[in-house]
Design a protein around this ligand. Sequence first.
Ligand SMILES: *Cc1c(COP(=O)(O)O)cnc(C)c1O
Length: 411
Amino acid sequence: MSSDRATMPVAGPAAREPGAMAAPGEIPLCTPVMHPSAWTYVKECLDTGWVSSVGTFVTRFEQAMAAAVGEGVSGVATTSGTAALHVALQLAGVRRDDEVLVSTLTFIAPANAIRYLGAHPVFVDAEPEYWQMDARAVVRFLREQCDVDGGAVRNRVTGRRVAAIVPVHILGHPVDLDPILEVAREVGLPVVEDATEALGAKYRGQPIGSFGASSCLSFNGNKLLTTGGGGMLLSADPALVGRARHLTTQAKSDPIEFVHDEVGYNYRLSNVLAAIGVSQAEQLTAHLAAKRSIARRYEAGLGDLPGITTMREAPWADSAFWLYTILIDASRFGSSSRDVLRALQAEGIQTRPLWQPMHRSPAHAGEGSFDCPVADALVRDALSLPCSIDLTPAQQDRVIAVLRRLGGASA
Ligand SMILES: *Cc1c(COP(=O)(O)O)cnc(C)c1O
């Protein structure tokens, strides 16, 4: 998942793996782009000694992200997006043996966070149009296969309590949230948005990350904004934010004495990384504009190619186009997505398949799932294309030209 240059292997065969660091002349999949202000802010941390988990940059970064996500929202910076999800789920009331509805087509982090709490993911298929969690499947399950007894939602088949819904907005595009929010209200379930791939996206004009009881962001190396590694929990509920701050700082409850009133976590982001975050946050509009412009150029260059489905944007969505992805229909295009991956690799162009869907993950074998034929088909056909913020039009045209040649179309 990571494309953090600093942690990637150097030249050699490993460097040619999808997601690995690009060799000179190669076109990487999605690499971080730093702005000069990061040097200034990090230097300030080093010069003043404010390097740890308390400092002005932590606060500034939290405020910048909260402002980007919505009015009245506050943020708690964390060491990773996964850490933010772990705490968000705990604060949503997820407990051992509960079930949590989550997208099957996702990076593994939200499924793992559910398991950290001893709870069980129930994997929901994707819809074929925008590749997001199928909202209708969530509604059907909760209305037709669950009972609401004494305020608890219970899965009639397993007898387990259903504790939360985690829509994962993948690849920068929002999940169709209205039906999910409506049924959640109806049965009394909290929604925790995994907004890690969709910072800057909007659903019906409102920023993603502002809809659930809480939401989570990630600042991993290849995300829209990066601190190298980091995350944030966001919520408009001040009590929840206070609890998150407490839990992420080892639940220390006395300003002087080392008294901890519950089992907490060491999950707070350092001021040094937050300083990079503040620099990145200043680039949010520019980074979003770059992603949208890359999406437009791919659409123009590939949209007419037989056997290729380009990334759509729902009428109710403003996509952040975080990771530009196409579907390749092997029978119509003439080669499969994996053949194309290898052919592009031979041309020095890094691409990547989507994640193994969670209902097939060995890490989550035996967990509950609906039938997920759509996610299976999407994963078979999908290929993510180079889309770094600093991808040049010339590089992008090269990717397009190679794809057109492979598809047998005249350039
Ligand atoms: C990146 C990501 C996360 C969080 O990842 P971290 O590396 O822990 O910051 C969570 N969910 C999804 C869908 C992601 O893509």
